[in-house]
Ligand binder design. Structure first.
Ligand code: ATP
Length: 307
């Protein structure tokens, strides 16, 4: 242990490619033993952030520290493992030889038995040539290579793309096992459910910027507006006019023949509606979901027309 509490520190980091900002003034810290998801749509800058943290790309502005050191330093590399989107394994070598080679680079590699168990690679796969592996087996081999050095910090870039549901579940079960051992995990995904299910913290990226940072619940609580919907029991125009006067009502629109109002506090809005004697019927409360939050935060400006 090196006594460093924050495994990762990014401060005001930007990356410019040919005059275009792919990453725009990002700052965050990642504590030891946490499982963090970088969530965002295609092109949000997720892979670029991982590449900078791995020392594969240099930032244009800002400072990046991993274990208190510049990314890519030898000491950092010894403590880090990564599974990236580009799956390239060394052909003409057997799986056992590739793993042995990568293990040999590290001072305290993970024992072969443990490695097989942690990644789901079968013993029989070890004798096969990498080029003969199926897509799923190649993923397992890449997972094994990421773990070979028994790293403290693991990066996974969209790790479950192309995996079927069973493979995905097994993968995340194994990652949870690694997290339970105290490893720090940072992964990118554009699956909301995955981020919500796996991570204890979500960094939400949109167009290169960090637009929300918190636990899945905090993110929901912060940005998901609750809504009420109902039918008009009397004159709908009069009802709309009176709803506009209520402080608890933020926005109002029609959807599927119902009047919808958004509010920060459904209890207060309901109380105002009933104590004011507003004529409503068939009232429904919608708690809001993370998907809506995601859409709200990552919506492109040209699509950002309010309903
Ligand atoms: N080497 C490069 N040269 C020029 N532009 C780049 C380069 N790498 C990334 N970009 C641009 O930077 C932006 C962010 O890309 P990045 O790959 O980091 O996004 P991402 O969130 O990982 O997306 P995806 O989910 O599609 O992998 C994109 O607009 C992309 O076109």
């Amino acid at each position: 242990m090196d006594g460093i509490e924050n495994v990762i520190e990014m401060d005001g980091v930007s990356k410019i490619f040919h005059g275009k900002k792919a990453v725009d003034g990002i700052s965050f810290k990642i504590g030891r033993g946490s499982v963090t998801a970088i969530l965002g749509p295609n092109g949000a800058g997720k892979t670029t952030v991982l590449s900078m943290l791995l020392g594969l790309k240099e930032q244009t502005e800002g400072s990046i520290k991993v274990f208190g050191l510049p990314p890519g330093s030898r000491l950092v590399r010894e403590k880090t493992g990564a599974m990236l989107q580009e799956v390239s394994v060394m052909d003409r070598l057997k799986v056992r030889e590739i793993i042995a080679l990568i293990r040999s680079y590290y001072p305290q590699p993970m024992a072969m038995e443990v490695l097989l168990q942690a990644t789901g690679l079968a013993k029989a796969d070890l004798q096969r040539y990498a080029e003969k592996l199926s897509g799923g087996q190649r993923r397992s081999l890449n997972f094994a290579l990421a773990l070979a050095g028994n790293p403290e910090l693991l990066f996974f870039d969209e790790p479950t793309v192309g995996m079927d549901i069973t493979a995905r579940r097994h993968f995340w079960d194994r990652v949870r096992g690694l997290a339970a051992e105290g490893k720090t995990i940072l992964f990118t995904t554009h699956y909301l459910q995955e981020a919500e299910d796996i991570a204890d913290r979500i960094l939400l990226f949109s167009r290169g910027a960090l637009v929300a940072d918190g636990s899945p619940d905090e993110i929901k609580g912060r940005i998901v507006r609750q809504s009420l919907s109902f039918l008009a029991a009397g004159d709908p125009e009069e009802l709309r006019g009176r709803l506009r006067q209520l402080a608890a009502v933020e926005e109002m629109y029609d959807k599927d023949g119902r009047i919808v109002v958004t509010t920060e506090n459904t209890d207060e809005a309901l109380r105002a509606i009933f104590t004011g004697g507003l004529e409503v019927k068939d009232v429904r409360i919608d708690q809001g979901r993370l998907d809506e939050a995601f859409e709200q935060l990552t919506i492109q400006p040209e699509e950002g027309v309010k309903p």
